[in-house]
Design a protein around this ligand. Structure first.
Ligand SMILES: Cc1ncc(COP(=O)(O)O)c(C=O)c1O
Length: 457
């Protein structure tokens, strides 16, 4: 039964509650129902197209409705759509474990499945806490995280993170955690000194340190300097603290290689993956860990060592099947140099279109991830937009009229396209966005004369 768009809009407005969304504001606008997708494009109920510059929450790899991923899903549908993973297994999960271990850094050889990023972080936390209890170190209970970190919205993940604009309200319920300074541009020394200070004071009580290696995505694509990950890893080893790498954003192709940890030769104690794990098809996450940690949980059931934790849809067969095909295709995209050349072209285009843009204060870009800081322009008397003006969010709504979907938070516009984006689509994305920023700022000038009007396009 096809339901007309007005009915859909009214049901959406009457009954839905969207994540990270001020619903009062949402209700002021006409809802945008996405009905289908093909490649990097999404289409609405009126057939209007949008370039998916946000890769549908940073998940999309080979495009929407990819024939090979569709086929993998259809094949799996023909045999098994769901079965418990408690005390049971199924072929797709076992094959996916094998695939994941083959791409993971040497020494990670156990996969614990969940179904979203935050849950994979919770699993790492709980396995770590239980490991220290089982191995005679029950005092190791603290968490260390980095300034600006984001690991998801469950309580353990919020505690490991430091995303106060989102989570401050809940901070009185957080687990005990300390956070060290993030590195600034090319300078890692202050950050590492701060970490040393924390480890000297709390190392013997600390269970686990969480890091988003190379790039903090949700913070607004904040980059870490070369060698930072190795330096953090060495310190964790020296203080007998588990290192958990959250590659939920950066892993599986986003930065041009399969995994940051493998590329940088670091084996963590835990590695969390989700987002691109199923190519943007179905919810799935995994927490990889070492044999040493796994072995500590082995024993007679009555010894109380079992990890009593899990999720109903863990290792769902459909998600596992599509993930296997996604990884196979991603390996190919990396091996033949396509992904590297897309990243290279993206970097050059971002620089070309935004590098000297009059309303762009700075750019942070690595791989297929980029953040653009909007500001009122060098000739304006205003230094910056106030972050509660949410200029980037309002601009992202404006950009929908230019056939582009992006996400904006505060003054920061994030461009995180599907990994399969073509050079022509990158040109379209950057050129349209750059021109739209000019237009949008020009319209703002009319209502707020502090911003300069004369702009060369
Ligand atoms: C680095 C990172 N960690 C964890 C998460 C949480 O993942 P999920 O939204 O699937 O819980 C996200 C989501 O944006 C993320 O970017």
């Amino acid at each position: 039964m096809k339901i007309d768009v007005n009915t859909l809009n009214s049901w959406d407005k009457s009954y839905s509650w969207h994540p990270f969304t001020q619903m009062q504001e949402y209700l002021d606008h006409k809802p945008l129902h996405i009905t289908h997708g093909k490649g990097c494009w999404l289409y609405d109920t009126e057939g209007k197209r949008y370039l998916d510059g946000n890769a549908s929450n940073w998940t999309n790899v080979h495009g929407h409705s990819d024939p090979e991923l569709n086929e993998a899903l259809i094949q799996q549908l023909g045999s098994l759509q769901q079965s418990s993973y408690k005390d049971l297994s199924h072929p797709a999960a076992s094959q996916l474990c094998h695939e994941l271990i083959s791409i993971a850094p040497e020494g990670l050889n156990r996969c614990f499945f969940t179904d979203n990023g935050a849950s994979s972080v919770e699993a790492a936390l709980k396995i770590s806490f239980q490991y220290w209890q089982l191995t005679g170190n029950p005092q190791k209970k603290l968490i260390i995280g980095m300034e600006g970190g984001y690991h998801g919205d469950t309580f353990g993940a919020m505690s490991a993170g430091n995303s106060l604009s989102f989570h401050q309200r809940f901070s009185e319920w957080f687990l005990p955690a300390h956070h060290f300074m993030a590195p600034q541009h090319d300078d890692k020394s202050k950050s590492l000194c701060d970490l040393d200070r924390l480890l000297k004071t709390y190392g013997d009580q600390t269970a686990i340190l969480f890091l988003e290696p190379s790039v903090q995505g949700p913070r607004g694509i904040h980059l870490q300097p070369q060698g930072f990950l190795q330096a953090v890893a060495e310190r964790c080893k020296a203080y007998n603290v588990h290192l958990a790498l959250d590659e939920i954003f950066v892993g599986l192709g986003r930065l041009g290689h399969m995994l940051v940890s493998t590329a940088e030769g670091v084996t963590p104690d835990f590695l969390c993956l989700s987002k691109t794990l199923t190519g943007g098809y179905l919810p799935l996450a995994t927490t990889l860990t070492t044999q040493k940690i796994y072995d500590a949980f082995l024993g007679n059931f009555n010894e109380g060592k079992t990890f009593l934790h899990g999720h109903t849809f863990a290792a769902n067969p459909l998600a596992a099947a599509v993930s296997i095909k996604n990884i196979e295709k991603l390996k190919q995209r990396i091996a033949d140099g396509t992904l590297q050349s897309t990243c290279h072209y993206f970097g050059k285009s971002v620089e070309f279109y935004f590098g000297k843009h009059p309303f762009v204060k700075s750019i942070r870009q690595r791989g297929l991830a980029c953040a653009i800081e909007l500001y009122p322009g060098s000739t304006s008397t205003l230094q910056n937009f106030k972050s509660n003006e949410r200029i980037a969010h309002h601009f992202s709504l404006y950009l929908r009229n230019k056939e582009i979907l992006l996400r904006g938070v505060g003054n920061t516009l994030s461009i995180v396209p599907p990994l399969c984006i073509s050079d022509q689509e990158i040109d379209f994305l950057c050129k349209q966005t750059a021109a739209a920023i000019l237009e949008y700022m020009h319209e703002l000038v009319i209502s707020r004369p502090a911003i300069p009007v004369s702009i060369a396009v």
